[in-house]
Design a protein. Structure first.
Length: 256
């Protein structure tokens, strides 16, 4: 009796283990690639999956977007400037079968192809392009990497360059260049201001020269401006044109 009970318990345990190995539950974002005696049966899931113990093997594949940090890469730009660049890529599996059958490890393969593409693309750009045209470079990287991972059933959605590190002496040279550029723009703006001011002064002088009364008003305005300052000595300039205008006005009175 005891022996029969032991056999029954053993069989029950064995049956429970077989049943456990035969049942798989896949979440909504998971798929299972099933092989039967080495032959592909296809993707299964989500939900409850029944397998034949020992005969069927299943590889679980996650369909969610994966964030891949591309390690820093040493890059020599087209203008021979060394730089250290790292990036981040976002991709997801869109074909579970190809991600299992056509590549050994799609995650490692995508990481490796991202690193080589990063060095290749950025090595063709100069430093100014690398610093100012990241959007275009990001698009180029995404398109190239996506084309190479498409046979593996992997879709690369976004590639972003994160950091660009350049040597300290190059940073100082760029700072001096930026300062020189700011000085150049300031001088151009000052020159344009002087040019516009000289044009206005010339126009004003033309108008005043044609109107003696305008010259007198300008002279009186200048005296009023000087009177605002608390100076002990004030020199009043008297233009010859003003004397001429006063003389012309006084001439009729002398005749009378």
């Amino acid at each position: 009796m005891n022996a029969s009970l032991i056999v029954i318990v053993t069989l029950a345990v064995f049956a429970g283990l077989l049943l456990t190995s035969a049942i798989r539950v896949l979440r909504e974002y998971e798929r299972g690639v099933v092989f039967r005696l080495g032959r592909l049966l296809g993707p299964k899931g989500p939900g409850l999956i029944l397998l034949i113990p020992v005969i069927d093997k299943m590889v679980r594949v996650d369909l969610r977007t994966v964030t891949l940090n591309v390690p820093p890469q040493e890059v020599i730009t087209r203008d021979n400037v060394p730089a250290r660049v790292n990036a981040v890529a976002y991709f997801k599996v869109i074909d579970p079968v190809r991600s299992v059958v056509d590549v050994e490890d799609f995650l490692r393969a995508t990481s490796e192809i991202s690193q080589t593409t990063l060095r290749s693309v950025l090595g063709k750009a100069d430093l100014d392009t690398l610093l100012s045209e990241r959007e275009r470079l990001n698009t180029d990287l995404q398109q190239i990497i996506d084309e190479q991972t498409e046979p593996w059933g992997v879709k690369v959605a976004v590639v972003e360059i994160k950091d660009v590190e350049i040597p300290g002496d190059m940073q100082r040279a760029m700072a001096r260049q930026a300062e020189a550029e700011r000085n150049r723009r300031a001088r151009i703006i000052n020159a344009e201001g002087e040019y516009q001011a000289s044009e206005k002064l010339f126009e004003a002088s033309e108008i005043i020269s044609k109107s003696p009364s305008g010259l007198q008003l300008r002279y009186l305005q200048t005296l009023a401006d000087l009177g605002v300052n608390q100076n002990t000595t004030i020199v009043f300039p008297l233009p010859m044109e003003l004397l001429g205008a006063l003389k012309d006005r006084g001439a009729p009175g002398e005749e009378g």
